[in-house]
Design a protein around this ligand. Structure first.
Ligand code: GLU
Length: 288
């Protein structure tokens, strides 16, 4: 069976080598779908959507289909309405500050939502988010998945407490939109960084709750910056656009990243890209 994979960046900044590794690995494992996760309306920029399309073309990747997540909001809302009719959601007016104060975590612990608003109906006079009452779903909190990298895995879906399904700003929350769109795009294998593995137990529960097919997963290793930290959007030096400007060929870089095994210890980004950077440097310089 040919797998259907996806690359699902958020257009909140330029793509970097870590994104390129994810995209190339997803393309290497099946037919690649692109999904631009642009539902965080305050942080997403159209210019970054254009940049992502440009970077993928530079890498030589041609996704078989493209979904701009914000355009699927009516479909997301229909799924929200079904969960409301099932009595599984409650209105939460808590601010981030209130949740953090109520959860009173010890340093380094997950700030789990303590269920302050559980059972609440929507207030008439203030903004609210919809949260899923996990206990009311009747589903097991320990969820399992098949990971191509690490085999059978399990984790708790309630690690952060009852999750927000629909945000106060009237947009779907990441986990909800993600599982709905993975199913809508027919994704059979989710390829993404292992920093996102902690999202998987809740996403498995949501798939079961919504009657969606369960994809398999490949949580790949990460590329690190020189300080040993996961590449972040602020690591400007490693943006794909900056590599292109240095004369790196996208096809060389993609071939190099595709040849790296997806599983193993995390890698320094500079080492992961080294082959294509060297091939650039090996070329005779013009005009010398
Ligand atoms: N949009 C998420 C990100 O850019 C990826 C989510 C996912 O792959 O499930 O980090």
């Amino acid at each position: 069976m040919t797998e259907i994979t996806r690359f699902a960046p958020s257009p909140t900044g330029p793509l970097h080598l870590g994104h390129a590794f994810s995209a190339v690995q997803a393309a290497a494992h099946g037919a690649l779908m692109l999904r631009i996760e642009d539902i965080d309306r305050s942080r997403c920029r159209p210019a970054h959507v254009a940049g992502i399309l440009c970077d993928l073309a530079w890498l030589g990747l041609a996704p078989a289909a493209f979904l701009l997540q914000s355009e699927a909001r009516p479909r997301h809302r229909a799924a929200l309405d079904l969960l409301r009719q099932r009595g599984l959601l409650y209105a939460c007016t808590c601010t981030r500050g209130q949740v953090e104060a109520a959860a009173a975590p010890h340093e380094g612990e997950t700030r789990a939502y303590p269920g302050t608003c559980r059972g609440r109906s929507p207030p008439a006079d203030m903004p609210f988010a919809w949260r899923l009452d996990l206990a009311a779903t009747g589903l097991p909190m320990v969820q399992e998945w098949e990971d191509l990298a690490t085999g059978r895995q399990q984790g708790r879906a309630d690690a952060a407490g009852d999750p927000i399904i629909w945000r106060k700003d009237d947009w779907p929350a990441y986990h909800f939109a993600c599982v709905l769109d993975d199913a809508a795009q027919g994704v059979t294998l989710v390829v993404r960084g292992r920093d996102l593995a902690e999202a998987t137990p809740l996403q498995r529960l949501l798939q079961a709750l919504l009657g969606l097919p369960a994809p398999r997963y490949l949580h790949h290793r990460l590329l690190l910056n020189a300080a040993g930290k996961r590449l972040a959007k602020r690591d400007r030096a490693e943006t794909l656009a900056s590599l292109g400007a240095l004369g790196v060929r996208g096809a060389d870089l993609a071939a190099r990243l595709a040849a790296l095994p997806p599983v193993g210890p995390d890698l320094l980004a500079s080492a992961a890209a080294a082959g294509s950077v060297h091939s650039l440097q090996d070329q005779p310089r013009k005009g010398v």
